[in-house]
Design a protein around this ligand. Sequence first.
Ligand code: PLP
Length: 406
Amino acid sequence: MNAPAHGLNRFLAQAKPSATYRVMDRVAMRRAAGAQVISLCAGEPDFDTPAHICEAGIAAIRAGHTRYTQVAGLRDLREAVAAKFKQDNGLAVDWRRNTLVCSGGKQVIFNALAATLNEGDEVIVPAPYWVSYPEIVQLCGGKAVAVPCTAQTGFKLSADALEAAITARSRCLILNSPSNPTGAVYSRAELQALAEVLLDHPQVLVIADDIYEHLVFDGIAFHTIAQVEPRLRDRVLTMNGVSKAYAMTGWRIGFCTGPAWLIEAMEKLQGQQTSGACSISQHAALAALTGPQDFVRSARAVFQRRRDVVVEMLNQAPGLQCGVPQGAFYAFASCEALIGKTTRAGTLLRSDEDLVNALLDEAGVAAVHGSAFGMGPYIRVAYALDDAALRQAGEAIAQFCRTLSN
Ligand code: PLP
């Protein structure tokens, strides 16, 4: 039922529902109508949560860990989070002052922005961006300032572009490496260059979204800005979670480290909001962080192999052009050469959104249009699928592209 617009919060009324969920709804509708669809839309690993992690969740239920936990998270889990940030990222973290556990990585970002933004504050969001950033900023009363980062800079924000984007109203910068949707990974030098700019603008906070940290390929080292520039640590929130690294998207556990003033504010907010993350999921997340890590390594190897398959198949489709992403499980391909063409069924492709709709309807392959991520004409392909399905999708995409006419 539609509520009258005047009955809604004005920030919510202006926010858009997630574009990726919209595409997934279309996929569900096509499937319900009997169509075969290969979905390259999913933002989650296709693996099951490793057994020892599931067992920890089950054991938590059996042991009666079914009550409220501390708002900021179980002490054991926060200690494990602190140890993770120290070991993987070289961050000196006091679990009590500098860590917080939330119901998913998304809630970490939401809490951080809700805790710090005042109406009209600007948040710099390098584009292409994860679809939720501008909407969360909007929901928190802020103004997302998208800064286009083209293929020429590897879809990464340069120091000059950052400097040009900062105004007196800038309150926050969101950095995401490896990136959803492009798979771009910032090097230490690139982060250092951004940090140099930020040092001159003390009012700007940074949210480092490292949720894909463990999915970095080709032996490339992962870096995060708080580690690269310790002088920024009193205004960087480094966030992460178990969703992508341990195939735990449904368990809804994210975590972060940051300065005590910010963690305290986020905890205060969370105390009036969820009262803390699910107790059972926290026990499972503890097993994920402290147990064997071979799943993380093998998932990385599988995704790297699939990355190679997908990039090759996209580049074989006439009119698509795709660079080699260094992380996450997304490829971001330019479809500029296809705009203006007509499909076999007679659809004129005016935009990347027309293209993904036609791909779904006519070739049975679902992808997400780049413009949903703030940069078109592109398509984002998620390769969280087995090799056979990926190859089948590749053939269907290539065939679709071959039959387009001018
Ligand atoms: N950050 C990015 C860049 C993501 O792609 C996602 C999920 O798609 C998240 C954060 C949120 O992760 P979670 O499922 O832990 O909320």
